[in-house]
Design a protein around this ligand. Structure first.
Ligand code: PMV
Length: 282
């Protein structure tokens, strides 16, 4: 049988973590960590998201005989491998049945899959996997706007701890108030303007404000704080956790030039982080 194959990227959350669960905007970046799904004659036991995507698809459009071979990046980092797998499998199934879908239809299908599996979430990671680049994203895909930017001076440090998104969202919910949501919304809107102007210094300042309010809702950790502090001391324009917190990765914006980047990377390593080489996926 002719093989069908689709690839989808992982993500980082630049601004708006947690608030994006509550109807507020966020800024999302798709990154060059990819999942590839290829049809296969072999049907093996499928992971939770693949099985849920198959189930929803088959309910709507009929059976899929094919299995899927999945080659991905390490799910341990919290860089959106589940969302990327869901998107690549969904695209493969639509293609197998010869069904054309817009990006928004694909998003809506995948978002339903995610809600079926974990019951909550904004869907920002699916938008990154589908649209790529840098996206202004509002909860559930109410607004999805790709921004005209081709690179960001990103450094990513893994804290060495795997976090559980659903647990962190439930924990944070107890401390999220209208002030948190208002601050988050304001910095995301200012962050969008900063990205459009390629004002990385301003974007960095906004990341620092975001980190301060995320710290207050109890989602940062000692290790994330150490990596963030080290990155800032080495000259980063800004640094924050990315995603739910409780572990996973922090991100920093390094000053112009290779030297600035190396200094921030070295500081993160010295503070006990694992530096991940990351670029935007366009
Ligand atoms: O932990 P991650 O990378 O899945 O990110 C979660 C981000 C939240 O805003 C906390 C939840 C969401 O679905 O937007």
């Amino acid at each position: 049988m002719r093989k069908i194959s689709f690839t989808a990227p992982g993500k980082l959350l630049l601004l708006g973590d947690h608030a994006v669960v509550y109807g507020k905007p966020s800024l999302v970046a798709a990154i060059n960590k990819f999942v590839t799904v290829t049809t296969s004659d072999n049907r093996v036991k499928e992971s939770t998201f693949v099985a849920a995507a198959r189930k929803l698809f088959e309910q709507k459009y009929g059976p899929i005989k094919s299995g899927f071979k999945i080659v991905g990046f390490d799910s341990r980092y919290g860089l959106g491998s589940s969302a990327a797998v869901t998107v690549a499998v969904a695209k493969t199934m639509f293609k197998l049945k010869g069904i054309r879908s817009t990006n928004k239809q694909l998003f809506d299908f995948c978002y339903r899959v995610v809600l079926n599996v974990q019951g909550l979430g904004s869907g920002f990671d699916l938008a990154a996997a589908i649209w790529r680049g840098v996206i202004y994203f509002v909860t559930g895909g109410k607004k999805i706007e790709r921004l005209p930017v081709k690179q960001l001076p990103l450094v990513v440090g893994y804290s060495g701890v795997k976090a559980d998104t659903a647990t962190m969202v439930k924990k944070a919910a107890k401390l999220i108030d209208s002030n948190f949501l208002k601050v988050s919304q304001t910095i995301v809107n200012q962050g969008k303007a900063a990205i459009l102007k390629k004002d990385w210094k301003k974007l960095g300042e906004l990341m620092n404000i975001n980190q301060a309010v995320l710290r207050k809702i109890g989602v940062s950790t000692g290790k994330l704080e150490r990596l963030i502090k080290a990155a800032l001391a080495a000259g980063a324009y800004g640094a924050k956790l990315s995603g739910a917190g409780g572990g996973d990765c922090m991100i920093a914006l390094h000053p112009d030039g290779i030297q600035g980047k190396l200094l921030v990377e070295r500081a993160i390593k010295q503070a006990g982080g694992e530096v991940l080489k990351v670029k935007l996926a366009l």
